[in-house]
Write a protein that binds this ligand. Structure first.
Ligand code: XIL
Length: 351
């Protein structure tokens, strides 16, 4: 009996989190769809179990931070590449791919950008930033989240684009500028627009899907270089996935010759029941519904989770539990033991 069959057998008994030794899935890590995770470079280099888990499971890594303006640009004249340089060195040493996150976003911006006083200044600064950052990693970083979260939380026909320093100075043309500039600097990089909250059966998600498709159609209509769409996948654990809505959305994107990446999958569990086995089961099912709905239209070119272990996750920052229990949004628990979510991801990626 193959070890994998033993593992699957164990799945049926529901005793998964406590049965599987660490790295149980290691032999199946080279899957059809690359799996990866957002990494915090310092803790990873300091914690052997964290590092081993990344090596056991990941084929792709992305910096949870490090390539955001707040990290890279403490002031207008300087660029600080320490974190991304170290993550890239780790990735290259171990044959992992590294994604770049992110060049144009409304959040994680240093205060000094508020001093940009004109459209011309904003254009010059955005272009200089992209030329410097993308230029530095040309041929080494394979895909870039060029534009992150461009759609407003509650988009309207009049205001579909999220407010940002770039939107304020350049209007939505900042999106085309960022994509064309990145393509010029590194014609081989895969250019991605990354966003979230498209998967729920709500008016908000429907409005966001519509606004996003309108934006993409416009960009494609003007032959703006764009290769893939990043669906973040920060799933609300208590809300069902609108599978038919999501599948139709992805089919529409695929019809515009775009591939799909799942870029930041985790399941926000602050409103889910307390008992871990029950909660882990719901979390795994939400993710499975999400991945299956995407895969029904177009198989993603990569699946990344926003972190790999519950020991290092952003979720408690915004979604801590009232019962004080730790959040469990990721595929490995705080001791790097696989959970049903990892099985769902491995099965989806392996098919
Ligand atoms: C989050 C990080 O995980 C946190 O550590 C940080 O405090 C805020 O940003 N969408 C994104 C990510 O594109 O960059 C965000 O990451 C989470 C939501």
């Amino acid at each position: 009996m193959r070890r994998r069959d033993f593992v699957l057998g164990a799945l049926g008994t529901g005793a998964l989190p406590y049965l599987l030794p660490q790295g149980a899935f290691a032999q199946t890590r080279r899957t059809a769809i690359p799996y990866g995770a957002a990494i915090r470079i310092d803790p990873m280099l300091e914690e052997p179990d964290y590092k081993q888990a990344v090596l056991d499971y990941c084929q792709v890594v992305v910096g949870e931070g490090g390539l955001k303006w707040i990290d890279l640009r403490p002031d207008r004249d300087s660029f600080v590449f320490d974190q991304p340089d170290r993550l890239l060195a780790f990735a290259e040493e171990h044959g992992l791919e590294m994604r770049g996150h992110t060049l144009a976003w409304y959040a994680a911006m240093p205060d000094w950008v508020e001093t940009l006083a004109s459209a011309e200044e904003a254009r010059t600064e955005l272009v200089r930033h992209i030329e410097t950052v993308v230029g530095r990693y040309k041929g080494r970083i394979s895909s870039w989240d060029v534009v992150n979260e461009p759609i407003a939380d509650h988009p309207t026909r009049e205001a579909p684009i999220r407010d940002s320093i770039w939107q304020r100075h350049l209007g939505k043309d900042y999106i085309e500028l960022a994509l064309r500039t990145t393509a010029k600097v590194n014609p081989d990089a895969r250019l991605v627009i990354n966003d979230f909250d498209f998967e729920q059966p709500t008016d908000k998600a429907r409005a966001r899907r519509k606004a996003f498709l309108d934006l993409i159609r416009e960009l494609k209509g003007r032959d703006v270089p764009l290769h893939a769409i990043g669906l973040q996948g920060h799933l609300q654990g208590e809300i069902a996935i609108d599978k038919s809505g999501l599948t139709a959305f992805v089919a529409e994107l695929a019809s515009m010759d775009l591939t799909i990446m799942v870029t930041e999958l985790d399941v926000i569990d602050n409103l889910l029941p307390g008992p871990e086995i029950e909660r882990d089961g719901i979390i795994a099912q939400r993710a499975k519904d999400f991945l299956d709905a995407i895969g029904a239209a177009r198989r993603p070119e990569a699946v990344l989770t926003w972190g790999i272990s519950d020991r290092h996750t952003w979720v408690p920052i915004w979604f801590s539990r009232d019962d004080g229990m730790p959040n469990r949004p990721l595929p490995l628990d705080a001791d790097f033991r696989p959970k049903p979510l990892m099985q769902v991801i491995q099965d989806f990626c392996a098919e």
